[in-house]
Ligand binder design. Structure first.
Ligand code: 13P
Length: 248
């Protein structure tokens, strides 16, 4: 079986005081054992060392991005090697905010995923369509093209979690219905089966992101192809503990 996965993407939020409070809430929360649910929180780069050192050991950390190749003269970037050096096991790549606001193409995201994996990082790779694309009926074409750009550059999927995050659901309060999420997750799994392998399709976690809350997570988690969540806004609040508990 695929172990349930809950990621908390803090995005560009937090002061040192707020980070202390969130970590305290996470450390005090009653959650299922790490055999049942894998929990990964992703603070901004500058807070990674402090969060990693203060967080309960069964929770892991992720960076929200990293550079596409070996470090060097790339002002403002953080390399995969640096994350490995700090003991950060995970990185989020291809988030829609970076695709849309920073112009990251499918190909660039594919290159980033391949490089991060080659350095030993585990990757949460994000895909998802805009409202315009959904209304045009091209949801599956869009997410398949995003996934293909990754699949072309990697062989080993064992350290990849695929996050389906419809852009229209991110930060809007308009969560996908459980049926909408299930439909795309099942199609993505089918795409992996046809284009990668049945084994990879069966073992790869496909998680949902976009306005997940403590109130709507249970219904989504009940769907057979929803293997967890990537949570934005609610990952900064105590209800993140409820979302972790939707694993059981
Ligand atoms: P929200 O949960 O705030 O909608 O954000 C989702 C997301 O983008 C997680 O990566």
């Amino acid at each position: 079986g695929r172990k349930f996965f809950v990621g908390g993407n803090w995005k560009c939020n937090g002061t040192t005081d707020q980070v202390d409070k969130i970590v305290k809430t996470l450390n005090e929360g009653q959650v299922p054992s790490p055999d049942v649910v894998e929990v990964v929180v992703s603070p901004p780069y500058v807070f990674l060392p402090v969060v990693k050192s203060q967080l309960r050991p069964e929770f892991q950390v992720a960076a929200q991005n990293c550079w596409v190749k070996k470090g060097g003269a790339f002002t403002g970037e953080v390399s995969a090697e640096m994350l490995v050096n700090l003991g950060v096991p995970w990185v989020i790549l291809g988030h829609s905010e970076r695709r849309a606001l920073l112009g990251e193409s499918n190909e660039f995201v594919g290159d980033k995923v391949a490089y991060a994996l080659s350095q030993g990082l585990k990757v949460i790779a994000c895909v998802g369509e805009t409202l315009e694309q959904r209304e045009a009926g091209s949801t599956m074409d869009v997410v398949a093209a995003q996934t293909k750009a990754i699949a072309e550059k990697i062989n080993d999927w064992s350290n990849v979690v695929l996050a389906y995050e419809p852009v229209w659901a991110i930060g809007t309060g308009k969560v996908a219905t459980p049926d909408q999420a299930q439909e795309v997750h099942a199609s993505l799994r089918d795409w992996l089966k046809t284009n990668v392998s049945p084994e990879v399709a069966d073992s790869t976690r496909i998680i949902y992101g976009g306005s997940v809350t403590g109130a709507n997570c249970k219904e989504l988690a009940a769907k057979p192809d929803v293997d967890g969540f990537l949570v934005g806004g609610a990952s900064l609040k105590p209800e993140f503990i409820d979302i972790i508990n939707s694993a059981t």
